[in-house]
Design a protein around this ligand. Structure first.
Ligand code: UDP
Length: 248
């Protein structure tokens, strides 16, 4: 993993990815790791090959979304575990879109996991590890200045569009998209004096079984990070299966 960037300083290291400076202004390299965390970082582990699988899955999905007119940070795939992406000023809000009740929504709604929703539910979470990413609504986002009204409207529209495209794409491949978590940011470019110039809002981060829930349509088998979170076994196999379904 480090071969591409010998001795290069990291810009940022997260739970599942490392970001390195790019070779051009406004670009960075996103290297996917095999490490996984759950329960707000309390559970830690490694999923063999996850970096490669998630890089490949994200590569396929970002290219699909770009083709369908969604602006994303994706530029190219550089090697097995690395994507070249636009450098973003990430908006401090995680956007979750849900099609079926699962996870934290099952607890908060008292509805059984697997209950289909008559319409997708979009949720906002304040990105803050120390607070455990608390759920926010539009008013919190605006009052605390996490996004402007225009940004929030655009982000919500984009999130619903992404959910629609991916739900159909996975559905055609026998996978139900239960829910997904998206992150958005503004592309950073630099002016003639080296000053930061913010571009339009684009979809960032990753789209993978770490950040989405997928269930097999026929068997309802979970094919995502819940296998790790809940110790269901065959974690790597689930990620391999998701990649197999979406390849070609
Ligand atoms: N999710 C994520 N990162 C987080 C929290 C959630 O990628 O920090 C994803 C998760 O994989 C699922 C969706 O967002 O696809 C909804 O997660 P939920 O709120 O049900 O939380 P969880 O049960 O994962 O704690």
């Amino acid at each position: 993993m480090d071969n591409l960037f010998p001795g290069k300083r990291k810009l940022y290291e997260g739970k599942a990815k490392v970001v390195f400076p790019g070779d051009n202004p406004g670009e960075v390299y996103m290297v996917f790791k095999d490490t996984a965390t759950a329960l707000n970082g309390l559970k830690k582990g490694t999923i063999e090959d996850k970096g490669r699988l998630n890089a490949e899955i994200s590569d396929i999905l970002f290219r699909l979304l770009e083709k369908r007119g969604v602006r994303t940070h994706y530029l190219s795939k550089v090697n097995e575990t690395t994507l070249r992406v636009k450098e973003l000023r990430i908006l401090p809000v995680e956007v979750v879109v849900r099609n079926v009740v699962a996870g934290s929504l099952a607890k908060r709604s008292g509805r059984e996991e697997g209950t289909p929703l008559p319409r997708p539910i979009l949720e906002l979470y304040f990105k803050c590890d120390e607070l455990g990413d608390p759920v926010w609504n539009d008013e919190h986002v605006l009052a605390f200045g996490a996004m402007s009204e225009e940004e929030l409207t655009e982000v919500k529209e984009m999130a619903h569009k992404v959910n629609g495209i991916l739900r159909e794409f996975f559905g055609e491949r026998g996978l139900e998209l239960i829910d997904l978590k998206l992150e958005f940011g503004r592309a950073m470019t630099y002016g003639s004096a080296g000053e930061e110039v913010l571009g339009p809002i684009v979809l960032g981060d990753e789209i993978s079984p770490d950040t989405c829930r997928f269930w097999d349509k026929d068997t309802q088998e979970k094919l995502d990070k819940d296998r790790f979170r809940r110790d269901l076994g065959a974690v790597r196999e689930a990620y391999v299966e998701v990649l197999r379904r979406i390849s070609n």
